[in-house]
Ligand binder design. Structure first.
Ligand SMILES: Nc1ncnc2c1ncn2[C@@H]1O[C@H](COP(=O)(O)OP(=O)(O)O)[C@@H](O)[C@H]1O
Ligand SMILES: [Mg+2]
Length: 257
């Protein structure tokens, strides 16, 4: 028989699950006095796959970069499992369990797949073999083609290498910036399947996507970002069926009959 759990302090009996990642009223920008994020609130609960859509220039990439310590935060907070990690440098965030796959230049083309995966864990080489086993278990292609130079891979395969590299550090939350950009529809499907597989393996994901409709179809929840603010949020299904979201961000063809 297991012991009863310890009683919780009064008032905390029904405390909601702590988000694995949260931005609170985040304000950030590149140039002095020009804010790109204007008070952005998003969160990812443990195990969630969360999508961010929105027009070009809305600040989607900036939001991810600001949460990953790559764009100066002017006010607001970034919380990792409730701990304030605002403005920590990227390498510290990686050490705390945050992974990031940028939109461009996310693999070393002159290196092999194996070498790219090694680069993902160059600070912790002793963990390499166990992490390599787990990541190649998820994506067998990475082991089958381990000696192939990444420059000779297709766009979709390169995305898998980039995601595999980010997974080498065993992140609890992974940022993906437009993983399907520039890929054929077939390759896009393969990439979205890979994203779901990573999520099902227990990694919480925050994914920015230009392919808004596909993104909302596979996400548990989504946000529409507009002019640096979270304009709409809901389940993927709710957003796909929200008349205003359809009208403003998805186009009439996106309506689900
Ligand atoms: N390195 C930068 N320096 C200055 N402004 C930038 C930089 N990167 C992006 N911006 C500006 O920030 C705004 C939001 O860009 P971005 O976050 O890339 O949008 P999205 O990813 O939603 O398309 C745009 O107006 C863009 O011009
Ligand atoms: Mg972008």
């Amino acid at each position: 028989m297991t012991a009863d759990p310890a009683p919780q302090p009064p008032g905390e009996e029904h405390r909601p699950v702590e988000a694995v990642l949260r931005s609170v009223e985040l304000v950030a920008g590149y140039l002095p006095e020009v804010n790109i994020l204007n008070g952005c609130n998003v969160h990812v609960d443990p195990g969630e796959l969360v999508g961010i859509i929105g027009p070009n220039g809305a600040g989607k990439s900036t939001l991810i970069k600001a949460m990953f310590g790559l764009v100066p935060v002017r006010s607001g907070q970034v919380l990792l499992a409730g701990d304030d990690v605002t403005s920590l440098p990227a390498h510290r965030l990686v050490g705390l369990g945050v992974g990031y796959v940028p939109q461009n230049n996310n693999v070393f083309p002159s290196l092999t797949i194996h070498e790219n995966l090694e680069m993902g864990l160059y600070l912790r080489p002793r963990e390499f073999s166990s992490r390599y086993a787990e990541v190649t278990d998820l994506f067998p292609l990475l082991a089958e083609r381990s000696a192939q130079k990444c420059g000779s891979l297709s766009g979709g395969e390169r995305q898998v290498v980039a995601m595999g590299r980010a997974l080498m550090t065993d992140p609890r939350v992974l940022f993906l910036d437009e993983p399907s950009a520039g890929l054929s529809p077939l390759m896009q499907d393969a990439v979205f399947e890979s994203v779901q597989r990573i999520n099902q393996a227990g990694v919480s994901i925050l994914m920015v996507e230009q392919n808004a409709r596909r993104c909302l179809e596979i996400c548990h929840r989504g946000y529409v970002l507009d002019q640096g603010r979270d304009a709409y949020t809901g389940t993927g299904h709710e957003l796909l069926n929200d008349p205003q979201v359809i009208e403003l961000y998805l186009g009439t063809l996106a309506r689900i009959s």
